[in-house]
Design a protein around this ligand. Structure first.
Ligand code: KIV
Length: 299
């Protein structure tokens, strides 16, 4: 028995070549919409490599986002502006491989980086195709207004799109920093208009980042077929997303207000199991609505 285990052991944290079949059905677009319709919150988390993706999947996240936050988390950049499409492709491939190796079921979203969808709808299609062929089920792009036509163009060509409004990190220089968006009456009206246009154009999910809790809750109720995923947007959204490293307490700078360190709350931490458990607690907290806590994590 021991001998078999030794023979089967592989070094460097190698993922298993096979494992027991998944206990849940693969997460698909219709399933995400069904979850939203019955009031089940959607738990999304970022991941950038095979192992963390497999662990996040096993911990029960519904969606894995390969965010261009990898520019900061993996590449040491000071913003997401410098992330290249080829870097995104590489990380989408890594995550997809990790999820497949453990027969994972998460919905995989690849972030289109700065400058890869801005020029034209055709450029957006070419960039989206790179991420879809690397294994993504959906692409995410930032901004409202001009993006609606691009979203429609991609959706008509069979590419599911997640939109992203509020604090859009790729435009951090234009926004003047990482600030809460939609605080004034005018900016709230504009944000709502953009959200409705994106839903109309066919966006299937909408990330709302650093948006006042009351505004994102109102918007969530108004958007009948585009579930909102909040990050720093309060607990009235249809789901939540966090950057993996932030929620594991690996942000060496100051954590934004909206982050909860799930790792720090575990009684005893032991390597991968500690991380898997922290992610499972995050999923549970999202599903039960205990995270985020508007009194601590929202505006
Ligand atoms: O890049 C990213 O990780 C994101 C999330 C913060 C939503 O866009």
């Amino acid at each position: 028995m021991t001998q078999v285990a030794v023979q089967n052991a592989t070094p460097y944290g190698t993922l298993p070549t096979s494992c027991s079949p998944a206990t849940r059905k693969p997460v698909s677009l219709p399933r995400l919409l069904e979850m939203h319709a019955r009031g089940e919150k959607i738990a999304m988390l970022t991941a950038y490599d095979a192992t963390f993706a497999a662990v996040a999947d096993a911990a029960g996240v519904d969606c894995i986002l390969i965010g261009d936050s990898l520019g900061m988390v993996c590449q040491g950049l000071s913003s997401t502006v410098g992330v290249a499409l080829d870097t995104m492709r590489y990380h989408v491939e890594c995550v997809t491989r990790g999820v497949r190796r453990v027969q994972g079921t998460s919905w995989i979203i690849g972030d289109l980086p700065f400058g890869t969808y801005h020029e034209s709808k055709e450029q957006a299609l070419r960039s989206a195709a790179v991420l879809m062929q690397a294994g993504a089920h959906m692409v995410k792009l930032e901004g409202g207004g001009w993006t609606a036509d691009t979203v429609r163009f991609l959706v008509e060509r069979g590419i599911p799109v997640c939109a992203h409004l509020g604090l859009t990190p790729q435009t951090v220089h234009a926004l003047g920093g990482y600030r809460v968006q939609g605080k004034t009456v005018e900016s709230a009206i504009l944000l709502k208009r953009h959200a409705h246009e994106l839903q109309e154009a066919g966006a299937a999910l909408l990330v709302l980042e650093m948006v006042p809790a009351a505004l994102s809750a109102e918007l969530t109720a108004e958007l009948s077929h585009c579930p909102t995923i909040g990050i720093g947007a309060g607990n009235g959204t249809a789901g939540q997303v966090l950057v993996l490293h932030d929620m594991l307490g690996l942000n060496l700078g100051k954590n934004p207000k909206f982050v909860r360190n799930f790792m720090a709350e575990l009684p005893g931490i032991a390597g991968q199991h500690g991380i898997k458990e922290a992610i499972a607690v995050y999923v549970e907290a999202v599903k039960t609505g205990t995270f985020p806590d508007n009194s601590q994590h929202a505006w």
